[in-house]
Design a binder for this molecule. Structure first.
Ligand SMILES: Cc1cc2nc3c(=O)[nH]c(=O)nc-3n(C[C@H](O)[C@H](O)[C@H](O)COP(=O)(O)O)c2cc1C
Length: 387
C-alpha cells in the first residue's frame, strides 16, 4: 500500500480487483444520480480559509463520539454487502477501525453476521438497524446486537422503500453471487477476490440467513427489499425501538431541519445528516448543503454527525466547520476494503487522518474543538452568528 497516496488510488485498485457487479453496486447512486453528484460537487465548492504564521505545532485530531474517546472525528458507516468487496469484509473493516481507535458500524444487510463479527474482534462496534415488516425479527435483531455487546444502535430512517439503482438491475445483482455466463469471465479475472469470498464465513446476508424466509437466493434486491422493509415506519416506531435498546441510539438519514427538530424529542443521542450517499431520494439536496441548516435548527441539543461525499481529510474539515461533530464514511473505506482487505481499510483511515491533520495546520487550528465556521474562506462574521 506504499504507493497509495489518496482515496482515489484505492478506488482504482478496487475497480480492478472487485467484479463489476459489486463495484458498480458500491459506486452507484439512485436514478439519474443527481444527488450523488451534488454530494461531491457541493463539497468541493466549500473553500477553506488559509491562515499563516500561526503556531500549529503539536496538533491533536482526537475527539469524542457519542461520549466515547475517538482517535479522529471519523467512523466507518454501515455498508450492506460490504463483505462482497472482500471475503470476511465486515470483520476486516471492523478490525481496521478498532486498531485505529475509531467506531465501526455493522449493517443489518452485512455479509458477516453480528455474531461472526463479535467473535472476531476485541472491542464493541455499532449496529445499524433497518426496520422490517416482521417486528418479531426486528426485536430479535436488536436483542442479538445487545447480546453481542454492540455499543450503540444506529437506526437508519431514510430507507422505507429502496431508491432504484439502474446499474444493479442492468448487472443482474444477485445474492449470493450467481455465476452466470455474463459474469463468469469477470469473476475468472478476479481470482484473489473469488478466493477470499470462498474462504469467507458467509456468502449471503449473514444477519438474515436462517431467520428470514426467501433469503436463499435473492435475485432482485429491490423486490426483496420491497417485500421485507416496512414502509409504515414512523416516529412512533422510533420510541418502540428505543425502548428495546438499553444503550445509546441515534438516527441516520436526517436531511431536513424540521425532521431534525422532531428527532430531538425522541431522546436519540445523535443524528447523522445524510442522504444515504445519494442512493435514496434523487433530487434531494447534497448532505453538505443540508448540514448547516440542521445544525442551526438543533443547536447543541443533540450531537450532529455527517455523511455523504467524504473522500478526504479536507472534506472532514469542511463538515466539522459547518457544525458536524464527526463524519461517517461509506465508499471511501469500501474502496480500501476491495483494494486490500484490512490493510486497505487501515490505509484509508490513515490517509484521512493525515489529510485532516495537515489541513488543520494550514487553516491555523490545532485541535478539533477549535474548528468552526471561521475556518471557511467565505466566513463573514456579520452573517455567521455561530462563530
Ligand atoms: C454500497 C453501499 C451500501 C450501503 N449500505 C447501507 C446500509 O446497509 N445501511 C445504511 O444505513 N446505510 C448504507 N449505506 C449508506 C452509507 O452508510 C453512508 O450513508 C453513505 O455511504 C455515505 O456516503 P459516501 O459513500 O459518499 O461516504 C450504503 C452505502 C453504500 C455506498
Amino acid at each position: 500500500m506504499k504507493n497509495v497516496t489518496c482515496i482515489e488510488d484505492l478506488r482504482q485498485i478496487a475497480r480492478r480487483k472487485v467484479p463489476k457487479m459489486f463495484f458498480d453496486y458500491a459506486e452507484a447512486g439512485s436514478y439519474s444520480q443527481e444527488t450523488l453528484r451534488a454530494n461531491r460537487s457541493d463539497m468541493e465548492n466549500i473553500k477553506l480559509r488559509q491562515r499563516v504564521l500561526v503556531n500549529v505545532d503539536k496538533r491533536d485530531i482526537s475527539t469524542s463520539i457519542l461520549g466515547e474517546p475517538a482517535a479522529a472525528p471519523l467512523a466507518l458507516g454501515p455498508i450492506g454487502l460490504g463483505g462482497m468487496m472482500h471475503g470476511d469484509g465486515e470483520i476486516l473493516a471492523c478490525r481496521a477501525a478498532q486498531a485505529a481507535g475509531i467506531p465501526y458500524t455493522l449493517s443489518t444487510m452485512s455479509v458477516n453476521s453480528i455474531e461472526d463479527v463479535a467473535g472476531a474482534v476485541d472491542k464493541p462496534f455499532w449496529f445499524q438497524l433497518y426496520v422490517m415488516r416482521d417486528r418479531g425479527f426486528v426485536r430479535e435483531l436488536v436483542q442479538r446486537a445487545a447480546a453481542a455487546k454492540c455499543s450503540a444502535l444506529m437506526l437508519t430512517v431514510d430507507l422505507q422503500v429502496l431508491g432504484q439503482r439502474h446499474v444493479d438491475i442492468r448487472n443482474g445483482l444477485t445474492v449470493p453471487p450467481e455465476i452466470k455466463i455474463k459474469n463468469v469471465i469477470d469473476i475468472a479475472t478476479k481470482p484473489a477476490w473469488a478466493l477470499s469470498i470462498l474462504r469467507g464465513k458467509s456468502k449471503t446476508f449473514g444477519n438474515l440467513s436462517g431467520h428470514v424466509k426467501g433469503m436463499e437466493n435473492i435475485n432482485s434486491l429491490a423486490q426483496w427489499t420491497a417485500s421485507q422493509f416496512d414502509p409504515t415506519l414512523s416516529w412512533k416506531d422510533v420510541e418502540w425501538i428505543k425502548s428495546l435498546w438499553p444503550g445509546k441510539m441515534f438516527l441516520k438519514g436526517i436531511l431536513d431541519a424540521e425532521d431534525a427538530k422532531i428527532a430531538l424529542k425522541t431522546g436519540a443521542s445523535a443524528i447523522s445528516v445524510s442522504n444515504h450517499g445519494g442512493r435514496q431520494l434523487d433530487g434531494a439536496p447534497s448532505a453538505i448543503s443540508a448540514l448547516p441548516k440542521i445544525v442551526d435548527a438543533v443547536g447543541t441539543d443533540i450531537e450532529v454527525m455527517f455523511d455523504g461525499g467524504v473522500r478526504s481529510g479536507q472534506d472532514i474539515m469542511r463538515a466539522l466547520a459547518l457544525g458536524a461533530r464527526s463524519c461517517i464514511v461509506g465508499r471511501s473505506y469500501i474502496y480500501g476494503l476491495g483494494a486490500g482487505g484490512q490493510a486497505g481499510v487501515a490505509r484509508v483511515i490513515e490517509i484521512l487522518q493525515k489529510e485532516l491533520d495537515v489541513t488543520m495546520a494550514l487553516c491555523g487550528v490545532k485541535s478539533i474543538k477549535e474548528i468552526d465556521r471561521r475556518v471557511l474562506a467565505d466566513y463573514d462574521p456579520r452573517l455567521n452568528s455561530r462563530g
